[in-house]
Design a protein around this ligand. Structure first.
Ligand code: FES
Length: 111
């Protein structure tokens, strides 16, 4: 696992938010919801909506286009949707928040 820093120590105490980040040339959605950090896909699998333009509701990210919902912790779509988004591991370190990428994924990206 390779860890990439996505938030500085000073940014950790901000209010909750939903925003796009770029880590290892990949656009992702970074969410702080009820004080917990989540990194998820930025593209909705339904029809390509941008999840970083959405909002949180009951532990889910809500897509701004057709309002499908995906769990921030499992990536699963709400009941009846049958789709999912990828979620990425996060780790709080002394100097900020990091997101983890499997090494195989990085090797494929840069080879
Ligand atoms: S594009 Fe996201 S719910 Fe349709």
């Amino acid at each position: 696992m390779i860890w990439v820093k996505v938030l500085s120590k000073q940014e950790l105490n901000s209010d909750d938010f939903v925003k796009m980040i770029v880590a290892n040339n990949k656009k992702l959605c970074l969410v702080k919801n009820s004080g917990q950090f989540h990194v998820i896909d930025n593209t909705c699998p339904h029809a390509g909506g941008i999840l970083s333009g959405g909002w949180c509701k009951h532990g889910n990210i809500v897509c701004p286009i057709h309002r499908y919902e995906y769990s921030l912790t499992t990536g699963r779509g709400a009941e009846g949707q049958g789709d999912y988004i990828n979620i990425y591991p996060t780790e709080l370190k002394e100097d900020g928040l990091y997101v983890g990428f499997k090494q195989g994924w990085l090797k494929r990206l840069f080879s």
